[in-house]
Ligand binder design. Sequence first.
Ligand code: B3K
Ligand code: ZN
Length: 886
Amino acid sequence: PKAIQLKDYRPPEYLIDRTELHFDLGADKTRVTSTLTLRRNPDVTPTGKGLTLHGQEIELVSVSIDGRTLSDNDYRLDDETLTLPEAPEQFELTTVGDIDPKNNTSLEGLYRSRTMYCTQCEAEGFRKITWYLDRPDVMSEFFTTVVADEKQFPVLLSNGNLIEQGSADNGRHFATWHDPHKKPAYLFALVAGNLEHIEDTFTTMSGRDVTLKIFVEAKDLDKCGHAMTSLKNAMRWDEEQYGREYDLDIFMIVAVDDFNMGAMENKGLNIFNTACVLAKPETTTDAGFQRVEGVVAHEYFHNWSGNRVTCRDWFQLSLKEGFTVYRDATFSADMGSPTFKRVEDVSMLRTLQFAEDAGPMAHPVRPDSYIEISNFYTLTIYEKGNEVVRMLANLLGPELFRKGTDLYFERHDGQAVTTEDFVAALEAVSGRDLTQFKRWYDQAGTPKLTVTDRWDEDAGEYHLTIAQTCPPTPGQPEKQPFHIPVAMGLLGSAGSLPLKIKGQAPNPETDDNTHTVLELTEAEHTFVFEQLPEKPVPSLLRGFSAPVKLYYGYSRDDLMRLMSGDSDGFCRWDASQQLAIEVIEDVMVAYQKGEDLSGITIDGRLIEANRLLLQDDSLDKAMVALMLSLPSEAYLGEQQDEIQVEAIHHSRAAVKRALAEALKPELTQIYRAYDHGKPYRPTADDIAERSLKNAALSYLMTLNEPEMIEACEQQYRQANNMTDAIAAVGELVNSQASGAETVREQVLADFYQTWKDEPLVVDQWLRVQATSSRSNTLDVVHELEQHPAFEPNNPNKIRALVGAFTNANPINFHRADGAGYRFLGDQILRLNSVNPQIAARLVTPFTRWKRYPKAQQELMHAELERIKAEPKLSKDVYEVVSKSLV
Ligand code: B3K
Ligand code: ZN
């Protein structure tokens, strides 16, 4: 397979003004008739090669130009294209083709999911429906007619507004939809099914009424309310924060069970994975509620950042994704707890995106080449892309940023543009030169900041030196310095100190008396803070102001001061994590020496810091829960030169146990004080309260005491919501206590019996077992693979069992005998032909093979070689595997 290069981009030679599609959904095949109104692009010099359209897995029935049917000699057809060598300047092209949605397991193009038909076209799925210029810079007005059996498929949907419907022959009926907004083919959607819906209206800021509908299978009608509320909140928020109004008379969401990702922003007809739209307290966790709110908002926000203004080519993917993640993250922060949301996002970024950025798939936010674009819907494009937009927003300040986005939307409405265009709009309104800043789009890798300081007691001056470097990444051996905003303050013994930087006036957009943003542009800078009464402790990278790794030699006492005294919630949490990492690392040293970890003594400062947290009633419960949670094994691994899976696992567990022993009275008090009968609400306060209580449960369960096991079982049996129920199940599934055995079996069986007809709850049942740290987990996973609950081709089930085991269960996945690796290799090979996108995603844990000790490296490497040897390897899997083997 050949790589596509950004430098080879050429505008399209032809444009499609109008697209008329006719779908005949037959019992067997689907016939697609497409009539395209084409004309030469006046801005492009013809190359004389005629017109080449994309098309895959379609059986050609006929091609005609302006009503004249072509003979075989008039066109060329291969597996990926249809070429008309003699295409006129301007013409109407009609193609008729047959496709086979029932056997389309790739879940790209038109496919069947349970009882319905649906589509997924981004990035290049439309070419599996009909021959087309399947590229985002070709935008067209769509008319879509769907014909299908009326009984089986009473609901027929597509983009835009319904303009006609009626009955057809043989018990069939039809619907015609018109989308007045020009759009690229990747935003096309079609749904046919036996669906029910809930309906609401939203009155836009200019007073237009928009009908809102959420379509689901009848059994899920009771789980749509939260998505509807989230949608209305998102619509209002986008008007208030960005001045963006919705632009059609109807907005629809459809929930489908088989979906490769979370959801898709098709114009006026968003298609969602059921996991990202359905929610009710009995079946959905707090995290699930938050995900629904965030994803509904994300897809809605794409209507402007993605649909009205779209990407010129797929290298610009982060133009819409980074910006839209930024928009949904700020929305979620506004709806709930901002610190909670920020900590959650930063944790994911630092654990997973940093790992991606340090591995063989590392790529810039704007990549310059790819083999399969589906592989580039990455944490770098989405999450680092979000960080880049966040830095821009913070550098400009809220007013200028809003002016900049207004200008961007106004300048480019109806266009397909680049990340350069986005930055240019921000430059235009602010007068800032962002040339150097744009390196964030071009250079891959995570910059590293090394901070050193010097206190000049006599002068009352504090000298802070920050040096930046960035490690090499594939194809980029050398990096130029980045433009990095470092938000910071200084802490004295009694709180924040006033900031006066020598030779630098405060920036009114970002600074106040105790807070400033240092802008780094060189490899090294020194800042001198004057007129200080005492030696300060620096509070650095507040709010995680840039996606970098920061190294400063904090003492443990400094960390404690930050934890209790800093004004920035993120830095307080980060200090708690840093302190915990150091203490866990102490224990790792003991573990490596072969010491017995049971009853080990840990640094009392971690205990004291946590005791203070637990005793302080004035603290926000969300903060306490976050700070109390130990860093994940994955994040601990990220801190090591070589990831010692067992040492990390056992040391972290030993520290958790030691904390539980020392803080048992405080933790018990929190656990007992919680009102388990309280009615469920997914509000920030209640979520924080549950998360703190369940953190306390998790600590106490490490003590293996019978009363706690009983309390845990009781929590499961009495819970009125899934958050508490699954938290209890998780603790029982992980418990090493001999007394937990019977309860565990009973609870797991009861859980399945209760929920076997709710696929999303069954996913949680699979996940909780797949992530158990107990040593027989791989056997359990093998058994579950054969269980009727596991649907082998359903992405949610694959993620719940295979994904969870291989990504979120390091101690079992990295078993010394390589059985975990073999399991993953088998799954990848099985899915390679069924669903290449999902198969390629599953390779991720293997891409990190070089980070592990030699024996594990060899075993993972052997699996990668075994996969690579598969003769019919998909482009998707080939790209990830071959890049990993370099
Ligand atoms: N834009 C889609 C992602 C499509 C992925 C295609 N492989 C969802 C989103 O980011 O909103
Ligand atoms: Zn998106």
